[in-house]
Design a protein around this ligand. Structure first.
Ligand code: ATP
Ligand code: MG
Length: 548
């Protein structure tokens, strides 16, 4: 991808901090990181974080690492690791270093020993329940643990025992010794190591104690020389402990700085990994890559482009306060990206047979039509025209409503690129449904041009003898916004239908994007399109309700 665009990436308050740090000489090179926990698929909220971290590094000619935050052996699954790498690359970024937090367990252990030696950490044998109950509240100070004043020597011995597996899960923890009456709950002697007899995907059975996230994260950042550790707003209250850890451990001369920004929320989308996992597990959606899902795997299968996602992330900017972005803004980015890239093809749904009674049987004429009205360089193609055509169900009304300019008995329309055609007769089946409609064409209107009269409607068609059948999946928003501000799953988010397409549609390969004339943008589904079977996912419609 063209990374130079990041040189002129719009600035934000994080970039102001970075520029001040470069100017003062605090840092010479900017190093950021994207630190996913491998416990689910990445979603578009993560894309925001990826674009911000990688984009910032590119903007300042620095580096961005991909680091798996794999300090919790229970929740992680290696299946997710591959998907995360695919997703970052798909977005167009390449990491400088590929790291695992678990590679740093030895250093984290040393850091814990260091704290104990300084009298800044102690082994506590209160149960998890008791620790919770003695933490106090926002209004009330917590209660000091009876184990808080153990000697350094005793703590060193007990911590060694924790490491040696002499305690069961929950029987002992290591806590930072800070202040049980701090107004910040995170500073009330937080647990920094716990006993967990679990096999870790990377370190296997080497450890039976594992560091807590809040202790591990600043150390991971410091080891990698991260200069600016960008995270979401809910970590703001954790920042004092982040700074405390680095200061007290004292291993690093120029420690990283944590900066928080607002999480991305989008209407009609849900971004909680837990919720998404539940929908995958109970079969509400077909998988993590269901095209309705906000996961990167999902939006990619849906046909969204990485360029559009990056554009969207740049456009919404970086905020200090949480807010929700209208999904129409995202869709508008997709539409702007596709409108100059995709070629157009004709398809019809709910097809109705139109017979041109004054056209010779068996005669096929090739009509030249443009591939993309906005981009002449995309050229033209030929589509067949003949006696039997399919038109779209929406383009015919036996009894027209007001201002209906498409086909109805007695009315004349332009068949796109071909001729003027007038509807003369509607032939019915026994049950009263329409069997076919009969019309006549005017040979003097070739190319859809006529000097002597005008028609108000232009519709398109697919020649019947050469038409191919395609399957179509029309997707709409996965979540419905309810009045009380909550969201619920939209049971109508997938409609399966089918249609007839012009013959060139047979050449479309999986993952190829196309505009279906007068309908919208579509992609040949990567999994369901096989051999002669064509399955298209709707990406986005042609018109926007979004206004800048
Ligand atoms: P969970 O805590 O449920 O595991 P998470 O969304 O925090 O989910 P992480 O894997 O920890 O998942 O996230 C990796 C990075 O992506 C973090 O730095 C996190 O702050 C950022 N991130 C996650 N969700 C969003 C979001 N909606 N908007 C912006 N950044 C996000
Ligand atoms: Mg997280």
């Amino acid at each position: 991808m063209d990374n130079s665009r990041y040189k002129d990436m719009p600035g934000n308050f994080i970039h102001d901090i970075i520029e001040a740090d470069l100017e003062s000489g605090k840092h010479k090179e900017i190093i950021t990181r994207f630190p996913p926990e491998p416990n689910g698929y990445l979603h578009i909220g993560h894309a925001k974080s990826i674009c911000l971290n990688f984009g910032t590094a590119l903007k300042y000619g620095g580096k961005c690492n991909l680091r798996y935050d794999d300090t919790n052996p229970v929740k992680e699954d290696i299946e997710y690791v591959n998907s995360i790498e695919d997703d970052v690359r798909w977005l167009g970024f390449e990491w400088a270093e590929h790291r695992w937090a678990s590679d740093y367990f030895d250093i984290m252990y040393d850091a814990a020993i260091e704290l104990i030696k300084k009298g800044k950490a102690y082994v506590c044998n209160l149960s998890p329940e008791e620790i919770k109950n003695t933490r106090g509240t926002l209004k009330e100070a917590g209660k000091e643990s009876p184990y808080r004043n153990r000697s350094i020597l005793e703590n060193l011995e007990l911590f060694q025992k924790m490491r040696d597996g002499e305690f069961k899960d929950g029987e002992a923890v290591l806590r930072a010794k800070i202040d049980m009456s701090s107004p910040n709950m995170n500073m009330r002697d937080p647990v920094i190591y716990r006993v967990l007899h679990e096999t870790h995907h990377n370190t296997k059975d080497k450890w039976v104690i594992y560091p807590m996230y809040d202790f591990a994260h600043p150390i991971e950042d410091a080891i990698e020389g991260i200069t600016h550790s960008i995270c979401t707003l809910e970590f703001e209250d954790h920042r004092p402990f982040y700074d405390w850890t680095l200061e007290e451990v004292g291993f690093w001369k120029n420690p990283p700085r944590q900066i928080e920004f607002a999480r991305l929320n989008i209407t009609n989308m849900i971004m909680s990994k837990r919720y998404l996992r539940a929908m995958v597990e109970d079969g509400t959606v077909s998988g993590w890559d269901d095209p309705r899902m906000p996961t990167i795997a999902g939006i990619r299968r849906r046909g969204y482009t990485p360029e559009a996602i990056r554009q969207f992330c740049d456009e919404i900017g970086v905020a200090k306060a949480n807010s929700t972005v209208d999904i129409a803004q995202l869709e508008s980015c997709i539409r702007s990206d596709l409108q100059n890239k995709c070629e157009t093809r004709h398809i019809v749904t709910n097809p109705i047979k139109l017979i041109i009674t004054n056209w010779e049987e068996g005669r096929i004429e090739n009509i030249e039509v443009e591939n993309n009205r906005n981009v002449p360089e995309l050229g033209t193609r030929e589509i067949p025209f003949g006696r039997e055509l399919w038109i779209d169900g929406d383009d015919f009304m036996e009894v027209p409503v007001k201002k209906y300019f498409r086909l109805f008995p007695g009315n004349e329309v332009r068949l796109k690129g071909a001729y003027f055609v007038k509807c003369n007769e509607v032939i019915k089946n026994e049950d009263g449904s329409i069997k076919e409609i009969h019309g006549t064409y005017d040979p003097d209107t070739k190319g859809g041009e006529c000097k002597t009269r005008k028609v108000k409607g232009t519709i398109h068609f697919v020649e019947a003898s050469t038409a191919i059948k395609i399957d179509i999946r029309e997707y709409s928003h996965m979540m419905i916004e309810k009045e009380d501000g909550t969201q619920e799953f939209n049971p109508d988010s997938l409609k399966e239908t089918w249609g007839y397409a012009e013959p060139l549609v047979a050449d479309i390969k999986p993952e190829e994007r196309i505009q279906f004339f007068r309908k919208g943008y579509y992609i040949a589904d990567s999994k369901l399109t096989t051999g002669d079977k064509k399955v298209f996912n709707s990406i986005v419609n042609l018109k926007t309700s979004w206004k800048k």
